[in-house]
Design a protein around this ligand. Structure first.
Ligand code: IPD
Length: 264
């Protein structure tokens, strides 16, 4: 039987190895290797190299597992374990030499996320969690604090890469910004979720995420005591993800639903 902690240890090792490659191997003249959904949805040669390193390492240790990676790694496994990998979450930050980028690796067992690592090399921080075992930043156990009143909440969000979606996201921000303390756009969904776990943001929401953006951060936020979901009564998905401490979760979720934040 595979222990969740063993999966976590492998994810930690893979994320650290990728972190060294990305931090020390970033070319000074790093450019865009390819674009995806739009001209501003970019891939660098380092995204590809990081994904190759991570999948190679995991396949060596667990040859029967499946993969789902942002840059195309996709394999049906036979063990019931699937690795969900974002080799660089926050690629635009990485491209510009901004520090808020990370390696995000989650292990799912029979469809449920059981271990997650978000490694942020430029900040020297590694967030981790196993299902039922709590969330940690290094040696510090993370627990979300009491939720502030809505008008005092510091929210995080992110914007997609498609123009139509961004226009809708701007409308939602326009409605929310006069109602809260402020809104941050950090540039990495995985770090945003860890920031909720660590109390660096009171709450986070975004539309249009992919599983590799949020699988690990979702578990870390939940293990720190945050609630994570989608539209009222629904699971977090590409449609909408909302993460907040109990007390702030339902008001934010209802507000976002009322504003139609889940559609373009
Ligand atoms: C992106 C980041 C960003 C979020 C985008 C994601 P990538 O991931 O997480 O914060 O707003 O929706 O696509 O492209 O840097 O891996």
């Amino acid at each position: 039987m595979t222990r969740h902690e063993d999966l976590l240890d492998l994810a930690l090792e893979a994320a650290h190895r990728a972190g060294v490659l990305l931090r020390d191997g970033r070319p000074d003249d790093l450019g865009v290797a390819a674009t995806k959904s739009s001209a501003v949805d970019v891939v660098t040669e380092m995204d590809l190299a990081s994904e190759k390193l991570i999948t190679g390492f995991l396949a060596e240790h667990r040859p029967d597992d499946g993969f789902l990676g942002e840059e195309g790694a996709s394999r049906e496994g036979t063990s019931g374990v699937e690795w969900v990998i974002d080799p660089i979450d926050g690629t635009v930050n990485y491209l510009y030499g901004r520090p808020a980028w990370c390696v995000s690796i989650a292990a799912r067992k029979d469809g449920e996320t059981v271990a997650g690592v978000v490694h942020v090399p430029a900040q020297g921080e590694t967030f981790r969690a196993v299902l039922g075992g709590g969330a940690y930043l290094g040696e510090r156990r993370l627990r979300v604090g009491p939720a502030p009143e809505f008008p005092l909440a510091l929210l995080g969000t992110g914007f997609g890469y498609l123009k139509e979606r961004r226009l809708k996201q701007a409308d939602v921000v326009r409605e929310l910004i006069p109602q809260v303390r402020d809104i941050r756009r950090g540039g990495s969904a995985a770090i945003d979720l860890c920031d909720v776990a660590a109390g660096r943001l009171d709450a986070y929401y975004e539309r249009g995420l992919n599983p590799w953006d949020f699988a690990a951060g979702d578990l870390i936020a939940r293990e720190a005591g945050a609630l994570v979901g989608g539209r009222p009564g629904e699971e977090a998905s590409g449609e909408l993800l909302v993460a907040a401490p109990p007390g702030l979760f339902a008001p934010l979720q209802e507000q976002l639903d009322r504003l139609g934040a889940w559609h373009d």
